[in-house]
Structure formats: structure tokens, C-alpha cells
Design a protein around this ligand. Structure first.
Ligand SMILES: C[S@@+](CC[C@H](N)C(=O)[O-])C[C@H]1O[C@@H](n2cnc3c(N)ncnc32)[C@H](O)[C@@H]1O
Length: 298
């Protein structure tokens, strides 16, 4: 849809126009938005500072300065194929904003849904005192876990020092320096003690699949994706060592995405639960410490 050149467009008209441009440019939507309209709205609302709950937002006029900025960001998005959250320097997870850049994976895990309530089916939040997150990236799961378990401290690890710089910024942004400790190391390296909950969205992409991903994904750190030939190298290491770090009545939740079948094959005696998600996504395995220990032994 063409915009009139002589009047400031409304937000609604601008969303229509930009959505058409994004679809025509065949950018890939996989980083928090699913369609051209979603992405156009995210861009425009971010620049103008609009509230997604504001019922009158579509009728607002977009001034010339905002329009120029929106056009510049759209050009960056289309020409570089950088995912929109990198272009904006912001991603949303569990209803919270996070600073992001190319040092970290863009948050999009269904862990957001677990940590905003779904996990309470299995875990009593007030009983959780210590949480470990492995592979924290921008810190989104650690921050959401600190919110979900208000009496807990969180230890969050990552092998990437660059990712931890971003995580530190987000921990500070959410005022959680007193409750979240960031540790650089390979999986559990540098971690001590036992935990009521271990959470991880580790790399789980098979090496050969990486080259087949759309251009947008090549802007994300390779270390956030690759996990050996079949994608199970890091999830398997996390599971094998988890009993050393889990409290006797603790729980482990680990994301493996499309690798659910492979995980079941690798660990046939571990009775994983696979929560279903209302807001999309799948592939998070949940298991109690007792079941994990018994399943690994047998
Ligand atoms: C899929 S990303 C998840 C990031 C973030 N937790 C999220 O859900 O958006 C995986 C993260 O694991 C980190 N990582 C990769 N190998 C690791 C290892 N051996 N030990 C610890 N962290 C690792 C990567 O640097 C990356 O930040």
C-alpha cells in the first residue's frame, strides 16, 4: 500500500506499507516476529515508544523525524539481513526487555512461558533457593528465573566472555546484581554446591544443519548453535553431570528443540516430561533429580 507523500502517515498505514516491503524483500522472520506485520509493528512501536496495549496507537501520526529513523533501520534490516532485535539493540523475553547485539543469541526460547508460570505445575516457586542456568547468553533466562523464583539466587554460566558482558549489562538493567552471579566456563566449570533447579537452553544444532539456516541466523554466534555431529553433544554432557549439582528433590529443564526424539533415544531410561506450550515452541525436557539419577544408573 502506497503512502501519501504530503501528510504524516498514521501508525496503522505505516505498518501496512512496511509489512509489504519486508515481505517483498523476503527477509526471514524467526527472531521474535512471525510475519511482516509483526515485524513492521515492532520496529515502529520501538522507535516511537508506543505501548502495545494502547488501543489508539494505530491512529497516531508518525512525525518526519521518526519516519526517517524508521526508514534507516528498515534499510539496515533488509540490506544486511540482521535480525530486527540486533538492528534495534533490544529483544523481549518473558515480558521483559533485554539489550542484545551480535555477541549473543537473540532470545526466543519457550523457556519464557515456563518461567512466567507453566513451570509451577512441577516446581513450587517459594521452595526454590538456588538456580543454575547453563549457557546464559544475554542473561534472559537467568533474569526471568530470578523473577519466577523470588527467594532464589541464580548462578548463570557461559563459555563466551563476550556473551557474559551482555548478560552483565542486562542483569544490571533489571537490578539483579545481588541475586545473579555470572561465571565464565565450560558448562559446570567454576560452579559449586547443589541447586534446586537447573535450566539450560544449550547449543543443539547439528554441525551440518548450520549452513542451511537462513542468512539472518549467520549473524548470531556460532558457539550458541553448534553441538557436534547430531546436536546432542552438549545436552548429553549436561545431563550426565547434572546429578552432581542437583539437590535430591531438584529438577532439570533442558531445551533440545527438534532433538527431542534423539534425546529419548540417547537416554531411553530417563522419563522426560515434554511440556506443551500455548505460545509456540517445543522441545524442552523436564526431569526430576530422582528420575534422572535412576535413569542414568539403569
Ligand atoms: C542457545 S544459546 C542460549 C542463550 C540464552 N540462554 C537464551 O536462551 O537465549 C546457548 C548459549 O550457550 C553458550 N555455550 C556454548 N557452549 C557452551 C559451553 N560449553 N559451556 C557453557 N556455555 C556454552 C553459548 O555461548 C550461548 O550463549
Amino acid at each position: 500500500m502506497a503512502l501519501a507523500a504530503d501528510t504524516a502517515p498514521t501508525v496503522g498505514a505505516l505498518i501496512d506499507a512496511l509489512a509489504a516491503e519486508l515481505e517483498a524483500a523476503r527477509v526471514y522472520f524467526g527472531h521474535g516476529t512471525a510475519t511482516g506485520r509483526d515485524e513492521a509493528a515492532a520496529l515502529i512501536y520501538h522507535v516511537i515508544g508506543l505501548d502495545h496495549e494502547d488501543p489508539g496507537a494505530y491512529d497516531r501520526r508518525v512525525d518526519a523525524g521518526s519516519l526517517a529513523q524508521i526508514r534507516m533501520l528498515l534499510k539496515d534490516r533488509v540490506e544486511t539481513r540482521r535480525p530486527l532485535p540486533y538492528v534495534l539493540g533490544e529483544a523481549w523475553f518473558a515480558g521483559l526487555p533485554f539489550y542484545v547485539d551480535e555477541r549473543v543469541l537473540i532470545p526466543r526460547s519457550p523457556f519464557a512461558e515456563l518461567l512466567t508460570g507453566a513451570l509451577y505445575t512441577w516446581i513450587e516457586p517459594d521452595a526454590v533457593r538456588r538456580v543454575l542456568e547453563i549457557g546464559t547468553g544475554c542473561g534472559c533466562i537467568a533474569v526471568a528465573a530470578a523473577r519466577a523464583f523470588p527467594d532464589a539466587v541464580v548462578v548463570a554460566t557461559d563459555i563466551s566472555a563476550e556473551a557474559l558482558e551482555v548478560a552483565a549489562r542486562n542483569v544490571g538493567r533489571h537490578g539483579l546484581e545481588d541475586r545473579i552471579t555470572l561465571v565464565q566456563g565450560d558448562l559446570y566449570a567454576g560452579v559449586a554446591g547443589s541447586f534446586d533447579v537447573i535450566l539450560s537452553n544449550p547449543p543443539y544444532v547439528p554441525e551440518r544443519d548450520l549452513a542451511r539456516l537462513p542468512a539472518e541466523y549467520r549473524h548470531e554466534p556460532r558457539v550458541a548453535f553448534v553441538s557436534g555431529q547430531d546436536g546432542m553433544e552438549l545436552p548429553a554432557r549436561i545431563l550426565h553431570h547434572a546429578p552432581q549439582y542437583l539437590a535430591p528433590d531438584g529438577w532439570l529443564a533442558i531445551e533440545v528443540g527438534g532433538g527431542a526424539g534423539l534425546l529419548e533415544e540417547r537416554f531411553p531410561r530417563v522419563p522426560f516430561t515434554w511440556p506443551e506450550f500455548m505460545h509456540g515452541g517445543d522441545g524442552i525436557a523436564l526431569v526430576s533429580a530422582a528420575d534422572l539419577v535412576a535413569g542414568l544408573r539403569s
